[in-house]
Design a binder for this molecule. Structure first.
Ligand SMILES: [Zn+2]
Length: 102
């Protein structure tokens, strides 16, 4: 069986949902970034960890807003395996990029 990472598909309502993103699609999007981005900006290693939830999907964080009526900002994150530096990417952007994966 071939492991092909396909694009993130919209649901029946035509929208992309961060909850549908697989760890393979997340990593495929990260791989589209520049070579420089693969290095930790703190310790320069190239080893990143992606925490997975019980469905083996990348953990989705909701950044709280303390203003009334504001939407939560959803993001995915990776941590540097050496120094623990955490980088996060807004889910909306990751999903848009994932929908364009070949
Ligand atoms: Zn680091």
């Amino acid at each position: 069986m071939e492991d092909v990472v396909g694009p993130l598909k919209p649901r029946a309502d035509g929208l992309l949902y961060a909850d549908d993103l697989t760890s393979f699609q997340f990593m495929a999007v990260m791989d589209t970034f520049t070579e420089t981005s693969h290095h930790c900006p703190v310790c320069n290693t190239r080893q990143w960890s992606v925490q997975l939830d019980t469905d083996d999907k990348p953990v989705l964080l909701a950044l709280p807003s303390f203003r009334d009526g504001s939407d939560k900002m959803l993001s995915f994150f990776m941590s540097c395996s050496r120094c623990g530096f955490i980088r996060s990417h807004l889910a909306e952007n990751v999903c848009q990029l994932a929908s364009k994966l070949k």
